[in-house]
Design a binder for this molecule. Structure first.
Ligand SMILES: NC(=O)c1ccc[n+]([C@@H]2O[C@H](COP(=O)([O-])OP(=O)(O)OC[C@H]3O[C@@H](n4cnc5c(N)ncnc54)[C@H](OP(=O)(O)O)[C@@H]3O)[C@@H](O)[C@H]2O)c1
Length: 435
C-alpha cells in the first residue's frame, strides 16, 4: 500500500468469531486506534465480523451492520486484506483459513488445535500464495513467544523448552499446594472462578498444553511436530500429599510441557513434573504462564505473563495484525514456515529423567531390601529414600537417579507383583540437573 507524507495506510480487517478473544481485538483496535496509527502509520479498521448466532451476547459494542452470520461476507469481501480467525477448533476453522489464503488474504489465528494439527499444510499454502499466517496467540496468550523463537532467537540453537503453559492446571496445582486442597475441590473452585471450563478435560488431561508445545517445538527445532507426537499425561492423579512430599524433597509440582532436541531426535511431552524449588518455573503460580527457553548463544530465557483472557490473548492477535499492516504499508513478508528439517521424534520410552515413586508398604524389616532389589534388577538406581509413618503401615518416597522411561516402567511393573507393596501411590517424573 503506497502511503506518502502523513497519509495513513488503511488496512481493512475481517473477524471470524467475536467471543472472548474477538471482542478483545475489537476493543484494542478501537480504543488504541490513534496510538497504533502513530506507531505504525496504519489505520487498522475492523470492517466485518462473522459470528454463529446474532442473538448471542457480545462483550463489546459493534454496529449491527458490521456483524453477519454469513462467513462468506468476510471471506468473499475483496476489500478485506486481513482475516482474523477466532472461532477455535479444527473445522470449519481450517476450511475458512485455507479459503482466506486462497483468496489472497493474510491470516491471523489464535487457534492452537488448528496450528498443532494442520500448521504445516496451512503455512505451506500461505507460502504458495504469498500470504502471511501469524499465530502468536495460539501459545501463551499475551506472551510473545512465536515471534522471538522465529526471529529474535534465530541466531541460536535451541536445545530445550520448558513451559507452564496451561493456566487452568497451574491454578489448580497452586491451590492444592497453598491450601492443601484435593484435586476435585481445586478444580471446582477453578470452574467457579471461570478459570476452568464446564468440561475441563482438554486442560486437565494436558491436551491444551500438548498443542502449544507442538507449535513451539516446530518453530524452535525447525522440524514439524504434531499434536499427536506429544506424549501427554494430565494432573488428575496428583494429590496434596505428593505436593507436600515434593516440597520436602526440594521440588514443586507443575504440569510441564517439555521439548528437547539433540542428535538422536526430538523429545516432546507433557506431564506432571517435579522441578527444583529454585528453578524460575517453580514460582510461576495461579493462572500465569511461563516459557523457559535454553538457547546456546542467549543462554537461558524466561517469558512470563497471562496465558489467557480476552485482552491478553487479543494483545497477541493485535500484535500480529499490526505486523501484517506494517508489511502492507512498507512491503515485505513475515517469517513463514521454518520447518526445513525432518527430525526423528523419539518415543517416550527413550526419555531419560529422574523419578519420584511413592509406595505404601507394611512397616516391617526386609521390605526396603526387596524394593531395592526390584529396582536393581531393572537397572534403576535409587538416589534417596525417605520413610514416613510407622506402626503397621509406612509410606516410602524414593527418588531415582537418571534412567530411561523404559527401565523405569519395567521396574514399576515388577513392583506391582511384589506382595510386600500395598500400593504404588504415584510415580512422577523429576526434571533436575545432575545424574
Ligand atoms: N479465550 C482465551 O483466553 C484464549 C487464549 C488464547 C487463544 N484462544 C483461542 O482463540 C480462539 C477463540 O477463543 P474464544 O475463547 O474467543 O472462543 P469463544 O469465546 O467461544 O468465541 C468463539 C466465537 O466464534 C464464533 N463462531 C463459532 N463457530 C462459528 C462459525 N461456524 N461461524 C462463525 N462464527 C463462529 C462464535 O459465535 P457466537 O458468538 O455467535 O457464538 C464466537 O463469537 C480459539 O482458537 C482459542 O483456542 C483463546
Amino acid at each position: 500500500m503506497a502511503v506518502s507524507g502523513n497519509e495513513l495506510g488503511l488496512v481493512k480487517v475481517g473477524l471470524l468469531g467475536c467471543g472472548t478473544v474477538g471482542s478483545g481485538v475489537v476493543q484494542i483496535l478501537r480504543d488504541r486506534a490513534e496510538l497504533i496509527a502513530r506507531r505504525t502509520g496504519c489505520d487498522i479498521r475492523v470492517r466485518k465480523i462473522a459470528v454463529r448466532d446474532l442473538a448471542d451476547p457480545r462483550y463489546v459494542e459493534v454496529p449491527d451492520e458490521m456483524v453477519t452470520t454469513r462467513v462468506e461476507d468476510v471471506l468473499g469481501d475483496p476489500e478485506l486484506q486481513v482475516v482474523v480467525e477466532l472461532i477455535g477448533g479444527i473445522e470449519p476453522a481450517r476450511s475458512f483459513v485455507m479459503d482466506a489464503i486462497s483468496r489472497g488474504k493474510h491470516v491471523v489465528t489464535a487457534n492452537k488445535a488448528l496450528m498443532s494439527t494442520y500448521g504445516g499444510e496451512i503455512l505451506e499454502a500461505a507460502e504458495q500464495a504469498g500470504m502471511d499466517v501469524l499465530y502468536e496467540a495460539s501459545v501463551g496468550g499475551a506472551i510473545p513467544i512465536m515471534h522471538p523463537l522465529k526471529e529474535g532467537l534465530a541466531g541460536n540453537s535451541i536445545s530445550r523448552i520448558l513451559g507452564v503453559i496451561n493456566g487452568t492446571t497451574n491454578y489448580i496445582l497452586t491451590r492444592m499446594a497453598e491450601e492443601d486442597m484435593a484435586f476435585r475441590a481445586a478444580l471446582s473452585e477453578a470452574q467457579r472462578l471461570g478459570y476452568a471450563e464446564a468440561n475441563p478435560e482438554n486442560d486437565v488431561e494436558g491436551r491444551d498444553a500438548a498443542a502449544k508445545i507442538a507449535i513451539m517445538a516446530s518453530a524452535a527445532f525447525n522440524s514439524r511436530v504434531h499434536l499427536e507426537d506429544v506424549y501427554t499425561e494430565g494432573i488428575s492423579r496428583v494429590t496434596p500429599a505428593d505436593i507436600a512430599y515434593a516440597r520436602e524433597l526440594g521440588y514443586a509440582i507443575k504440569l510441564l510441557a517439555i521439548a528437547s532436541d539433540d542428535e538422536s531426535g526430538i523429545s516432546v511431552r507433557v506431564h506432571p513434573t517435579m522441578i527444583p524449588l529454585k528453578h524460575a518455573l517453580a514460582s510461576v503460580n495461579d493462572v500465569f504462564n511461563a516459557i523457559f527457553v535454553e538457547a546456546d548463544a542467549a543462554g537461558d530465557l524466561m517469558f512470563y505473563g497471562r496465558g489467557a483472557g480476552s485482552l491478553p490473548a487479543a494483545s497477541a492477535v493485535v500484535g500480529d495484525v499490526i505486523a501484517i499492516a506494517r508489511n502492507l504499508r512498507a512491503g515485505g513478508r513475515e517469517v513463514g514456515c521454518t520447518c526445513f528439517a525432518t527430525k526423528r521424534i523419539k518415543s517416550m520410552n527413550e526419555t531419560v529423567c529422574r523419578y519420584y515413586v511413592l509406595l505404601d508398604v507394611p512397616d516391617r524389616p526386609g521390605v526396603l531390601a526387596q524394593i531395592a532389589s526390584v529396582f536393581g534388577n531393572n537397572q534403576v538406581s535409587i538416589k534417596s529414600v525417605i520413610q514416613h509413618g510407622g506402626g503397621t503401615e509406612a509410606r516410602i518416597m524414593l527418588v531415582t537417579h537418571r534412567v530411561t522411561e523404559e527401565s523405569m516402567m519395567a521396574a514399576i511393573h515388577s513392583l506391582m507383583t511384589l506382595p510386600v507393596i500395598s500400593s504404588i501411590a504415584n510415580v512422577i517424573r523429576v526434571e533436575d540437573e545432575g545424574d
